[in-house]
Ligand binder design. Structure first.
Ligand SMILES: Cc1cc2nc3c(=O)[nH]c(=O)nc-3n(C[C@H](O)[C@H](O)[C@H](O)COP(=O)(O)OP(=O)(O)OC[C@H]3O[C@@H](n4cnc5c(N)ncnc54)[C@H](O)[C@@H]3O)c2cc1C
Length: 488
């Protein structure tokens, strides 16, 4: 059986070598990458690596994405087992002028990924090792390790590091764009934990990047654009207060929207206490209000048995955990389109909040297909984020208090529904942005829809993009890493 496969691959290989690498016939491209890869790349890969072809179980599993937005066109998946497999795959792709894309948790959802055509997916799921250094101050973590695995492994040793709040994404996916999380007030962003990164560059070279490299700056905030990270050494620390957190949640009906956000402004912003997280979202709960959306508001406090009446009373007078576990609805990959339209805010404009809420509520009524959508308003405290000098990493706008984004979810059903969802998301963020009076719209790169543009993702100071472009010319002059929020 194996002999037949190799013989067929050989024939296909000879046929393909006669073609121009730029041929636009999709079936020829698919056939050729298949034939070449089995015979040419396979023998360079380590024994645990796998090549998955379309319709195989491994292909379907690895290309199943969180959102259909910007679905890359993948013709073959290389499941790598070590950094050398990554290097060989990149060299193979370069030789055949094929695009390649690193895929980790598969939760990246930005329209620019659509530019991957007939690409090789480098699937990192086997790179999930975690080892804690003897002195307990760092851990070396595989470039494909998911957040839940990291958190649980570290917690078993009474250690923690900053991850995103969702268990289902990887650590490095969020980290390359900065990485916001529940621990940031005390420990800074995910990217601020990096001590060094082992990575493979666009020409297949393996390098270690740390604070002595000029690439260090760009990897923290714009790292998707420079290489495939195969492992990171990250700062870790002891879990304080026995990991104690408390929370309270409230559900507010539509008539309370303005007063809720006025109260959050008064109680918590702009200098939200370091041990507090506030988090709200617009959602639809027909059993509570069949005609209007509602707001669910959480307040969390670290290190205390209860949030405390000094924080909860103002909200109690107005009126499950964050639903971000691996098994919770926001984590699932169910063939849905999921759209986010992020905008950073300093504080809430209650009138704009009301207008955005009304639009969300009205659209859910008119288009029941969008009724499972949320609108997220995340208020992580930022003392730790601001402590890092603004110009020392590619993360822009470290002063932002609030991360806002729609999270519109629906089963794909044609252009009409896509347009309705896209309009809703864009209009809601425009309402909030205009209401903020802010000069620039910053859109967190890890939540970006794709239409915001590089200044919105990487910063409006001209030197930021100039510096990124200079790094690009040095480390990826052929622009091979140009699919996730590119700035070129
Ligand atoms: C349910 C959910 C919850 C989220 N929660 C948070 C949160 O709490 N905080 C936060 O900051 N963000 C959060 N995000 C956004 C998240 O940061 C991005 O969606 C991120 O891209 C997800 O990474 P991934 O590895 O899961 O996805 P992938 O699609 O696998 O990766 C996204 C992109 O990152 C690049 N990439 C990934 N791994 C590597 C690597 N090892 N080397 C080089 N490039 C790589 C690739 O370009 C890839 O296209 C959340 C997203 C979702 C869907």
């Amino acid at each position: 059986m194996e002999f037949v496969a190799v013989a067929v691959a050989g024939l296909v290989g000879s046929f393909c070598s006669t073609l121009s690498p730029t041929t636009e016939l999709a079936w020829v491209n698919r056939l050729c990458s298949r034939g070449d890869i089995a015979s040419e790349l396979g023998s360079f890969l380590s024994p645990n690596a796998n090549i998955h072809f379309p319709r195989s179980e491994g292909f379907l599993e690895s290309t199943n994405r969180w959102s259909t937005l910007g679905t890359p066109n993948i013709s073959v998946v290389v499941e790598v087992a070590n950094e050398n497999d990554v290097a060989e795959t990149i060299k193979y792709a370069n030789t055949h002028s094929l695009p390649f894309l690193a895929v980790n948790g598969g939760h990246g959802a930005i329209s620019s990924l659509e530019a991957v055509n007939n690409g090789i997916q480098i699937w990192l799921n086997q790179l999930n090792s975690i080892s804690i250094a003897k002195d307990g101050s760092t851990a070396t973590i595989g470039g494909g390790a998911p957040s839940k695995h990291i958190t649980e492994t570290l917690w078993a040793e009474n250690k923690q590091t900053v991850t995103g709040i969702c268990e289902c994404t990887s650590l490095i996916g969020p980290g390359l764009g900065g990485g916001h999380g529940a621990l940031q007030a005390n420990y800074r962003l995910v990217a601020d934990q990096f001590v060094s990164l082992d990575m493979v560059l666009a020409n297949g070279t393996l390098i270690t990047v740390d604070e002595n490299s000029d690439l260090w700056w760009g990897m923290k905030g714009a790292g998707h654009n420079f290489g495939v990270v195969t492992s990171i050494t990250s700062k870790i620390c002891d879990v304080p207060h026995n990991g104690l957190w408390s929370y309270t949640n409230f559900i507010f009906t539509h008539d309370k929207v303005e007063v809720l956000y006025e109260t959050i402004n008064e109680m918590l912003l702009p200098d939200q206490p370091q041990d507090i997280i506030s988090f709200s979202f617009f959602t639809n709960i027909p059993a509570i209000d069949p005609e209007n959306s509602v707001v669910i508001f959480f307040i969390l406090r670290e290190g205390k048995e209860a949030v405390g009446s000094e924080y909860t009373d103002p909200f109690t007078n107005l009126a499950k955990w964050l639903r971000m576990e691996e098994t919770s609805p926001p984590c699932q990959k169910e063939g849905n389109t999921q759209l986010r339209f992020p905008v950073d805010l300093q504080e809430f404009n209650p009138t704009a909040q009301h207008a955005a809420f009304d639009l969300f509520s009205k659209t859910a009524n008119e288009a029941p297909a969008l009724a499972a959508s949320l609108f997220l308003l995340e208020g992580y405290s930022i003392q730790g984020v601001k402590v890092i000098p603004a110009d020392s990493t590619a993360v822009p706008n470290r002063d932002a208090n609030l991360l806002i984004s729609s999270y519109l979810v629906y089963k794909p059903d044609g252009e009409g529904l896509d347009t309705k969802a896209w309009d809703l998301g864009e209009n809601m963020r425009q309402i909030l942005f205009k209401g903020s009076g802010q000069e620039h719209m910053y859109s967190y790169v890890n939540y970006a829809a794709g239409n915001e543009g590089p200044r919105s993702w990487y910063g409006y100071e001209p030197w930021r993009l100039e510096k990124l472009r200079a790094l690009k010319e040095k480390y990826d002059p052929e622009h091979r890493f140009s699919f996730y929020a590119p700035f070129d």
